[in-house]
Write a protein that binds this ligand. Structure first.
Ligand code: NAD
Length: 500
């Protein structure tokens, strides 16, 4: 289904949607063995959307067994890379043919603006699968420079059964960041979506099967983190887990691996990203545009959210006035309205957490310049105004903790050293932006900032050709996207031959 971004067409398409609510294991939809379900709701109005199969350890075990069987059979793992490419490209075509439906599923379940889902999330999801598919038959292995009496091949093989555990903020896209490289390199996958957003992942697995991905190669086990997620993490026959989510839960996966089979763990976790604006930044209107986008895009429910605006004192008041004026123009409201820039926060507990941070900012002495309130309460949805705090101190909670909401903290500096120290004064290291007209300063500061992606004169997460992941407690041992993601889903093998 393709979607016209017009209010009437969107509403009509939303009412026609049919939800897939069961697990997808071994090429089939199945209920949880316990028969239990959990409710997923629409954060735009707080009403239930669907009952989803609540998978637990026995369901995860069934999915892992199917994945292992598929892996051992070679139906995918030993298929010619060019054939895997062809099938994954067909999968991408299927996603494209159902792009409108997938955009609506993510909007309904996650409260994300439909305009974002239709023009960014789902196109990026499709592009991601295509990019990794295309790479499948373009990567060469190595011959080692040994002496004439030996031949040593250094080859990459799929890791085996890969568990993917993902968050709710970009449901389809986070699935694609894992599935693209994991499937392109020949692994079998057991995907555990976030319990708040299962629908697009289940549908993606069905579309993959229709495109020719063999049974057992892509399984989806919806369920709660404590049960289904933990079962994936502790399963003795899962070879690797690729996780995206909070640092706290990421840490648990390291424990699960240590206490089970030492499975490989790749973590993509939280952030508290700085946006550093120097006094020589070329155009403050442009900077304000990027700063507002970085802070409020996806309601601030974004791992690389530029939640700390660190500005040279000389230009701070001027820039902050522009940021506030622009943020006021961001329409908050119904995620199905194509004009909406800020939709609903994901759920009531998260809304309360974000409002709690706003209260802590006030109590700790920051100056509230904009927003700060829950709005549209009568809708039953979880909406918060774009919020800007000035005079934020480095020890305040709003300066240190990941809020994951539309809350921007402004701080100021007077020297480059101070700016770098403030930017790095965090346990996280996912992303950063620098704004300056001086190319030397840009390079110097980009080197000094401890983060996986540093953007200069923009807010960006790069594109599919660039790795994405974090330093410090923003990540562990891996990267999403790019050719580096392929490597992490493979084992390195040496084949050493004695020549006679
Ligand atoms: P979360 O850590 O609460 O949940 C992530 C996943 O882990 C979900 O599928 C959840 O069900 C599962 N889970 C929860 N508790 C578990 C447990 N005890 N054992 C096993 N699995 C468990 O994160 P979230 O709230 O879904 O997502 C928000 C977080 O994700 C933020 O911290 C954000 O920064 C991060 N994130 C990071 C990136 C990145 O690329 N670095 C991208 C998107 C989101």
């Amino acid at each position: 289904m393709n979607l016209q971004l017009k209010p009437k067409a969107i509403r009509a398409a939303a009412t026609r949607l049919r939800f897939r609510t069961r697990a997808f294991i071994d090429g089939q939809f199945v209920s949880a063995q316990s028969g239990r379900t959990f409710t997923t709701e629409n954060p735009a109005n707080g009403r239930p959307l669907a009952q989803i199969a609540a998978c637990e350890a026995p369901d995860v075990d069934r999915a892992v067994k199917a994945a292992r069987r598929a892996f051992e059979s070679g139906s995918w793992s030993r298929r010619k890379p060019a054939e895997r490419k062809r099938i994954l490209l067909a999968f991408a075509d299927q996603l494209e043919a159902h792009a409108g439906e997938l955009a609506l599923l993510d909007t309904l379940e996650a409260g994300k603006p439909i305009a974002d889902c239709a023009t960014m999330d789902i196109p990026d999801t499709i592009a991601c699968i295509r990019w990794h598919a295309e790479a499948a038959d373009k990567l060469y292995d190595h011959v080692s420079p040994t002496g004439p009496e030996n031949l040593a091949l250094i080859v990459r093989e799929p890791v085996g059964v890969v568990g993917c555990v993902i968050p709710w903020n970009f449901p389809a896209q986070m699935a694609a960041w894992k599935l693209g490289p994991a499937l392109a390199t020949g692994n079998s996958v057991v995907l555990k979506p976030a319990e708040l957003t299962s629908l697009s992942a289940i549908r993606m697995a069905e579309l993959a099967a229709e495109a020719g991905v063999p049974p057992g190669v892509l399984n989806v086990v919806p369920g709660l983190g404590e049960t289904a997620g933990q079962a994936v993490g502790r399963h003795p026959d899962v070879d690797m887990v690729a996780f995206t989510g909070s640092t706290e839960v990421g840490r648990s996966f390291l424990k699960y691996a240590a206490e089970s089979n030492l499975k490989r763990i790749i973590l993509e976790c939280g952030g508290k990203s700085p946006q550093v604006v120097f006094a020589d930044a070329p155009d403050l209107d442009t900077v304000a545009g990027h700063a507002v986008g970085a802070a409020f895009w996806n309601m601030g429910e974004n791992c690389s959210c530029g939640s700390r605006l660190i500005v040279h004192q000389k230009i701070k008041d001027k820039l902050v006035a522009k940021v506030v004026a622009l943020a006021k123009t961001w329409k908050v409201g119904d995620p199905l309205d194509p004009q909406t820039r800020l939709g609903a926060l994901i759920e009531r507990p998260h809304l309360e957490k974000v409002l709690g941070y706003i209260e802590s900012g006030k109590a700790e002495g920051a100056r509230l310049l904009l927003g700060g309130r829950r709005i549209l309460e009568e809708s039953g949805g979880y909406y918060v105004e774009p919020t800007v705090f000035d005079r934020v101190g480095g020890r305040m909670r709003i300066a240190r903790e990941e809020i994951f909401g539309p809350v921007l903290s402004v701080m100021s500096f007077s020297t480059d050293e101070e700016a770098v120290a403030l930017a790095n004064d965090t346990n996280y290291g996912l992303a950063a932006s620098i704004y300056t007209g001086d190319v030397n300063r840009a390079h110097r500061v980009a080197r000094a900032i401890r983060a996986g992606t540093v953007s200069v004169n923009c807010f960006s997460e790069g594109d599919l050709t660039t790795p994405f992941g974090g330093f410090k407690q923003s990540g562990f041992a891996g990267r999403d996207k790019s050719i580096w993601a392929h490597e992490q889903y493979t084992e390195l093998k040496t084949v050493w031959m004695q020549l006679t």
